[in-house]
Design a protein around this ligand. Structure first.
Ligand code: ADP
Ligand code: TRP
Length: 332
């Protein structure tokens, strides 16, 4: 069976974009692959070094993953820092990464610009740690968004370099996973770009927000004065709302409002009310489960514990092989 690995940094609550862009494909993959999904808490130290909410953020994402349907009996769900083998392999793999290529990484250049006062070495070697996350389970596929493609390319470079250097075939070269090419981009409510937690106030629809806040965000989404000609193309802000509706509403509902738009009879107030009702119908049961799971510390502990053990076992197997290949030998 092929293996997949994917991680998500615990930097806050999950939104509709995360669900349709990432978690939904995890749900499919756990049925057909040996799957490792993890919360990248070590990675989050490169930008969010706040001990007060580190654990809370990890707990939030773990509860959200479970509430959305990740099944610990079907996949290995774990917290990165629970697997010390990752940090050990990271130390070794750093010797295979060259300064020049790390400095050329787009995400590093971006961080140098945006967090000038905290350009730490962890940021520079972020792609090495990510490569290790993937290689330590000998993944064949990695489901990632476009922004992570360069990191995946670097992962292949390190894997190849390691294999060549030691004349081994230790690491398979992982490919990006995309479900038959249909990469989803969920638009935001206020931004022209993708829905994002950093997209500003009112942009993202979070699963763990209260109903009235979500309703308010949707009702406040900017529209225009309405179509003037039948069948005219929709401006981006309107198209974005339709795109969100397509994800959460029945086809007949979308068609109903599309027909009204094309006939220049749409009333945006009604349209947004319907969108809000359908978003809430989708989000509310998941939010209730998130809250139930978050209050069940025993369940979370058992999931994290089982996941850690399974992940450590797989990681230790690779690490043992790597230590041998590198030439470490114990005297005792
Ligand atoms: P954010 O942009 O809110 O910071 P992240 O960068 O943490 O989200 O993304 C976590 C995962 O969710 C990634 O796999 C990313 O590709 C996916 N994702 C985030 N936003 C969207 C979106 N609007 N549409 C599709 N996928 C998304
Ligand atoms: N860098 C990824 C992101 O920012 C998160 C991540 C860390 C990851 N390690 C990974 C994703 C391994 C896939 C595989 O979204």
């Amino acid at each position: 069976m092929k293996t997949v690995v994917s991680g998500i940094r615990p930097t806050g609550k999950l939104h509709l974009g995360n669900y349709f862009g990432a978690v939904l494909s995890f749900l499919e993959m756990q049925e057909n692959y040996q799957s490792y999904f993890f919360i990248a808490d070590i990675h989050s130290l490169t930008t969010h070094p706040t001990p007060e909410n580190l654990h809370g953020n990890v707990k939030q994402v773990l509860a959200e993953y479970l509430a959305m349907g990740l099944d610990p009996d079907k996949c290995t769900l774990f917290v990165q820092s629970d697997v010390p083998q990752i940090s050990e392999l990271y130390t070794y793999m750093n010797m295979n990464a060259y300064l020049g290529e790390l400095e050329r990484s787009a995400s590093f250049k971006d961080k140098v610009k945006n967090q000038r006062n905290n350009v730490n070495a962890g940021l520079l070697t972020y792609p090495v740690l990510m490569a290790v996350d993937i290689l330590i389970h000998k993944a064949d596929f990695v489901p990632v968004g476009k922004d992570q493609e360069q990191h995946l390319e670097m992962t292949r470079t390190y894997a190849k370099r390691f294999n060549n250097m030691y004349g081994s075939e230790c690491f398979p070269l992982p490919d990006a996973y995309s479900q038959t090419g249909k990469l989803v981009k969920v638009p935001g409510l206020t931004n022209q770009g993708k829905m994002s937690k950093s997209g500003g106030e009112g942009d993202a629809i979070f699963f763990d927000d209260e109903d009235n806040l979500t309703h308010k965000k949707i009702m406040r989404a900017v529209t225009d004065s309405g179509p003037e000609k039948p069948n005219q193309e929709k401006p981006e802000a309107i198209q974005n709302l339709f795109d969100i509706m397509k994800l959460v509403s029945d086809d007949s509902t979308v068609k109903h409002f599309d027909d009204l738009y094309n006939a220049c009879e749409i009333r945006y107030g009604d349209f947004k009310k319907q969108l809000s009702a359908d978003v809430l119908k989708f989000v509310t049961p998941i939010r209730e489960r998130i809250r139930e799971i978050k209050s069940d510390d025993k369940y979370l502990a058992s999931v994290a514990h089982t996941g850690a053990e399974k992940a450590r076992e797989s990681a230790e197997k690779t690490l043992k092989e790597v230590r041998e290949i590198i030439g470490f030998r114990r005297f005792y």
